[in-house]
Design a protein around this ligand. Structure first.
Ligand code: CO
Length: 496
């Protein structure tokens, strides 16, 4: 049996996933509400077919045969064999009965979670959440426990991630962030202009499309639509989609969502076509993906230089916009720091504290130090200690995120890794390019995209996430570049 036969099977698996992506996009963007039930069933059925394909006897044999003569393969081929081996092993360890039970509990849980959040009723959510925690523990029992059960869950979202790796990384980050936050809270309050006007949606759309194009997004190989929660998804080579939402009172909400999702989309568009439908042509991890979105959104988008370039374009779309508001003012509005309850609305300084809090809670939960019923109490006391705020109700606290209702335990840390990677990559770019600020101000953004193409996008899954970052930047992932970036940026904005 040959490598070509193996690739044929892998392609079949990837094509099923492409169909799933297409249907998921449609589900979130186009589908009428009454289609929900049948669509969920179709998607679950497709998951079954994908699972069958990846766990088939044929696939197992093809992998084993190729492994016997791994040295005859080149690096790209090896990547495909080893990555499919990893997926195969995980998939075969989980009984089909378990996968179906998990899927059913998940769709039930998401409905209960939405109601519980709406009614601010944690007790309504607690029983199903307990079930999901039990299912996650069951999953760990099939996959095998690393040093701790939580390690197994972490590894599922970012290969190689462990508590031993994250604990020191996050401890340093947390103390650094709290230090900056305290300085900001002591700083003199700034005068921020109140943008009390209407920003018509078609004009916002036009502005956001221009920014996305300026970043290098290829609209012949992608499109932008509207959904309740912005996301990006790649369907196939030449077809990457992003979504956004609009608020007529707040043009920043749409802009930064578009920059974020375009960052994700550029990664997908930059994956090597010739390895399409195989792991070698697929993004390596959630953390690296998030580094691409955050780099464009924050390191580039939330700067005065960005606004120097884009404000004239913005003012063309909104002729009534006050003439006296300049790039410095726009930058201030875009970078206000204030401790608040909701993670997805958090600024750059407090965002990662929200994540570390969830990490600590998940860790305790899976290492047997915390019961589901005690979650609100523990959440609120940590929040008070770190953010100085009393959580008024669970809707603004432990009930806010959808992740746990989807059984996604161990997912949150990838968001923070993304922020750390982004700062580290941008640092490296600065040292190679010299004056990146000048490039941003002049609209000369193409070299930035080219650098990411060469160092990240084109690599697909050739290296593990931390190796990829090390190869691109010359050092292992750390929290230092991010903390330096935060200190430098906010000491200027808040004069400390
Ligand atoms: Co993202």
């Amino acid at each position: 049996m040959s490598y070509e036969q193996f690739i044929e099977e892998v392609n079949t698996y990837s094509r099923i996933q492409a169909i799933q992506s297409q249907l998921s996009w449609d589900q979130s963007v186009m589908m009428p509400p009454n289609g929900a039930k049948a669509r969920a069933e179709t998607l679950a059925w497709l998951s079954g077919r994908a699972h069958e394909t990846i766990t088939s006897k044929k696939m197992g044999e093809l992998i084993s045969n190729l492994e016997e003569s791994l040295d005859d393969l080149n690096d790209d081929q090896k990547t495909n064999v080893l990555e499919i081996r990893r997926t195969y092993d995980k998939a075969t360890k989980l009984p089909v009965e378990f996968i179906e039970r998990l899927a059913k509990t998940r769709s039930k849980a998401m409905g209960i979670w939405a109601k519980a959040r709406e009614n601010n009723d944690f007790n309504m959510y607690a029983p199903i959440l307990t079930e999901l925690v039990e299912l996650a523990r069951e999953k760990v029992s099939y996959l095998g426990t690393e040093k701790t059960p939580y390690d197994t869950l972490l590894d599922d979202y970012e290969v190689g991630l462990t508590v031993d790796y994250l604990d020191p990384l996050f401890a340093k980050l947390k103390s650094g962030l709290i230090e900056v936050l305290n300085k900001i809270l002591l700083a003199e309050k700034q005068e921020i202009v109140d943008l009390d006007m209407n920003f018509p949606i078609p004009k916002q759309e036009s502005f956001c499309l221009k920014v996305s194009e300026q970043m290098g997004f290829d609209f012949d190989s992608g499109r932008m639509d509207i959904s309740a929660h912005p996301f990006s998804i790649s369907i196939s080579t030449g077809d990457t989609r992003i979504t956004t939402r609009y608020d007529e009172k707040d043009p920043f909400s749409c802009l930064y969502a578009v920059m974020h999702e375009t960052g994700h989309g550029l990664y997908e568009q930059g994956l090597p076509d010739k390895f399409a439908l195989t792991p070698r042509g697929t993004a390596i991890s959630l953390g690296v993906h998030e580094s691409q979105s955050r780099l464009w959104e924050n390191q580039i988008g939330r700067t005065e230089e960005f606004w120097k370039f884009t404000l004239p374009i913005f003012k063309e779309e909104f002729p009534d916009f006050p003439k006296e508001i300049d790039a410095a003012q726009m930058n201030l509005i875009a970078n206000q720091v204030e401790p608040s309850f909701i993670r997805v609305e958090a600024d750059e300084v407090t965002y990662n504290l929200h994540i570390i809090l969830r990490y600590e809670i998940e860790k305790q939960l899976f290492n047997g130090e915390l019961e589901v019923n005690d979650l609100p109490k523990v959440w609120n006391s940590m929040f008070k200690e770190w953010f100085g705020l009393n959580v008024e109700n669970d809707t603004k606290g432990v009930l806010q995120d959808i992740h746990w209702s989807m059984g996604a335990f161990g997912y949150f840390p990838t968001y923070t890794l993304g922020n750390l990677y982004a700062a580290q990559l941008f640092d490296k770019m600065k040292s190679e390019f010299g004056n990146v600020n000048q490039m941003i101000e002049g609209g000369n953004w193409l070299p930035i995209l080219d650098w990411l193409r060469k160092n990240i996008h084109e690599k697909g899954r050739l290296h593990s996430p931390s190796d990829l970052i090390e190869k691109a930047t010359g050092s292992q992932p750390s929290s230092e570049p991010f903390l330096n970036y935060i200190n430098e940026k906010y000491s200027k904005i808040y004069n400390f």
